[in-house]
Design a protein around this ligand. Sequence first.
Ligand code: PMT
Length: 401
Amino acid sequence: MKKHILIGITGSIAAFKIAQLVSDLVKLDYHVDVIMTKNATQFIAPMTFETLTKHKVYVDTFEREETFDVKHISLAKQADVVLVAPASANVIAKMAHGLADDMLTSTLLACTCPILVAPAMNVHMYENPVTQRNITLLKELKIQIIEPTTGRLACGDQGNGKLAPLPDLLQAIEIALSDKPLLGKKVLISAGPTIESIDPVRFISNHSSGKMGYHLAQQAKAMGADVTLVSGPVSLEAPYGVHIIDVTSALDMFEAIKKQAPQQDIIIKAAAVGDYRPTIYTTEKIKKKGETLSIECTQNPDILAYLGEHKKDHQILCGFAMETENLLEHATQKLKDKHCDLLIANNLFEEGAGFLKDTNVVTIIKKDSYQKLPMLSKKELSRSILYEIIALMEEKNVSCH
Ligand code: PMT
């Protein structure tokens, strides 16, 4: 059955951005209902949302309909999650004090599902102690605030008050809707490439985009985990609610992971770590001379092997293996050598697998079994990997929600 998402739109110029969010949610096959305040309809027409959702948009509590249900109650009952975005200072104030003087605020008062609020307003309105006090009241009521960002505001002022980016709103909705089997668990994930500098201009690296690791982090967060992502240089947006540590080289990644590892319940190493770095970093640009150039390299520490050696009893360690031949044989050897609980092996030459793509084709290898999965999106695959990990935790008798 489709999950029901209720979007409440209030009077803020950022209201126009919600059309894109609603369109994205409909494409993801959610049932989306929209309630607008009267002021919101000054910024964008209800027709836009009716066309996108194929459902009536509600503005007036007392509008008469053919059906005889009490609409603000039935919408509240059907909703699996509510997002108020953009949330004006006025509606935040009403919510904080239990006022229900229009269709949106009446419905919100009747909701028992999770409520998310994404403020958007002028910086001075946002920073006004009255608004801040109201936001604190909402937080105390377990209403989740999706914090605005800083930038140039529509009124021309500079400061905090811009609606959070749409991917953050989408992720916050998906997190609220998701089961939380990893609630209370700490998960460390590495993603992306490493960069090993030769001189101030050149470096050795690889083609990892970070997509695999970022999807894992996003899905672990959606499943309730407290997630830390150690990321090599990538051009992806940080997943919502995930603690990011940016690193450049394999040595940086090693230091960051060593510091984080002891506190973790689950560690997943999806990063493509450079096996070697130039032995000498040349501080000036290397000049062109001669037909060939040799660069002597030194081996980097094997971070996964270190984690395997220092693994705590309750920890689950999941490695990746990137192969171009004899996938099962090489990956099984890595599982053993690096003391992993499971290893996700992908063959770069397989259609739909490996670097950069939004899909992957993997074989999940455990100590005494393996399973090849069909081609999956990196998002779907991330959930499958995390459920494999949960099954292993249960086998190890480590409690999961
Ligand atoms: O980032 P994307 O574009 O989405 O691509 C995804 C991916 C192909 C990078 C990912 O699916 C993947 O396979 N990641 C592991 C890549 C890799 O380095 O594989 P490997 O077989 O060389 O290393 C085996 C394991 O040891 C990996 O978990 C790696 O993180 C780890 N390792 C390797 C070397 C090293 N010095 N330290 C390590 O920890």
